[in-house]
Design a protein. Structure first.
Length: 162
């Protein structure tokens, strides 16, 4: 089997690390990614109606990341959109377990190819980023829902805007 150059495996590891960092930023700064998410039109509509003195960190504090993770792990009474996020989260956790198993095989199997270890590490890092991304997507959805509810209570949001 021909060997893969080390610059390729290093590049894959760097890209996996960058992907994970971007997902972590999405998790901790959800409002900044409203217009880049799959619900971008809804995010733009909410941001257009929000009072100008509302800070993104104030909106993000309304839905902590820990609460989103706990809800994805344990909640039973979810809306259809939240159910889709929960299924996506569980699928990505399964990917992470598969990547972790591959890393263990690469580590402890004596006759494993040498290239398997860096590739499995990059795959594991990417799978961790995918889990963080699933929680971030759910947090973006929840912050939009909470902000929309708050705007409805203040009388700033009308149903025709959705």
């Amino acid at each position: 089997m021909p060997s893969i150059p080390t610059w390729v495996t290093t590049g894959l590891l760097i890209f996996a690390a960058l992907y994970t960092v971007v997902q972590a930023v999405r998790l901790f700064l959800p409002v900044y990614f409203w217009t880049l998410d799959r619900n971008a039109a809804r995010g733009r509509a909410i941001l257009a109606v929000c009072p100008k003195d509302t800070s993104p960190s104030e909106i993000a504090r309304a839905v902590p990341a820990e609460a989103c993770l706990a809800r994805l792990l344990r909640a039973q009474d979810l809306s259809p959109a939240e159910e889709a996020c929960k299924a996506d989260f569980r699928r990505r956790v399964l990917y992470c377990f598969v990547a972790f198993g591959l890393t263990l095989v690469a580590q402890f199997k004596p006759d494993a190819p040498a290239v398997l270890m860096p590739l499995s590490q990059a795959l594991l890092l990417c799978a961790i980023g995918m889990i963080i991304g699933a929680v971030a997507r759910y947090r973006i959805l929840r912050t939009m829902d909470v902000t929309e509810t708050t705007l409805k209570e203040k009388g700033l949001w009308k149903e025709t805007e959705t």
